[in-house]
Design a protein around this ligand. Structure first.
Ligand code: MN
Length: 220
């Protein structure tokens, strides 16, 4: 039995399935997804459908909200003429406007959590705002913050490690973070699945129990 975290699948459904095969994900394991299921890649709908399929088959899959889900929710709340949604996202749902995406997907996004607090980890899409007295109070920055490592309050964090995504990071840099977790207790596991630039183009699973990284080269 292992706990895993994966972030920023961004419509890369084939790669997501291949990574789950690679880690031999089974019903005794627990999976935490750190948001940004949609946009960029070609199969946003396929990613969400696969999450639902796993959950229906009694796999333990817990999902966080990313800024891309939040942006879609915000746009649907206040539709504008100039932004109809990302073409790849709309194509995966076979619609022309984001307001036509089936309600069950939107309702699911509305129910997504902002963070998970475990005994040994805090899981979040982008990071925490340590400029606030209570870093868990700033839900917006949890989805958007960048360059926040300097502000980490070690006393508040205790022995926990923060796992997040949001900022695409080279495979080598993610592996380097793993080596120094005892000194800098934070790791960005967004390996830039949809990025074609050298060093990116991977989806990463972090085994929270064994502190191991498993990479799957993008198939999307
Ligand atoms: Mn993001």
């Amino acid at each position: 039995m292992s706990r895993y975290a994966i972030s920023d699948i961004h419509g890369c459904a084939k790669t997501f399935k291949a990574l789950l095969d690679k880690i031999d994900f089974n019903q005794q394991d627990e999976l935490f997804l750190l948001g940004d299921y949609i946009d960029r890649g070609s199969d946003s709908r396929g990613v969400i459908d696969h999450i639902w399929k796993l959950q229906n088959e009694e796999f333990e899959v817990n999902c966080l909200r990313g800024n891309h889900e939040q942006m879609l929710l915000d746009e649907i709340e206040k539709p504008s003429d100039w932004y109809l949604g990302e073409p790849a996202l709309l194509a995966s749902f076979e619609v022309n406007k984001n307001i036509d995406i089936p309600k069950k997907y939107i309702d699911w996004m509305k129910r997504l959590e902002y963070y998970f607090e475990l005994d040994d980890y805090i899981l979040v899409h982008a990071g925490l705002n340590f400029l606030r007295k209570d870093p868990l109070a700033d839900l917006k920055e949890m989805m958007w913050v960048r360059r926040w490592y300097d502000q980490i309050d070690r006393q508040w964090l205790g022995k926990r490690i923060i796992v997040h995504g949001h900022t695409p990071t080279r495979k080598t840099a993610i592996s380097d973070s793993l080596k120094i977790l005892d000194h800098l207790p934070v790791i960005d596991i967004d390996a830039g699945c949809y990025y074609e630039t050298e060093g990116f183009g991977n989806l990463c699973a972090f085994n929270l129990d064994r502190r191991e990284l498993i990479f799957q080269v993008s198939l999307d």
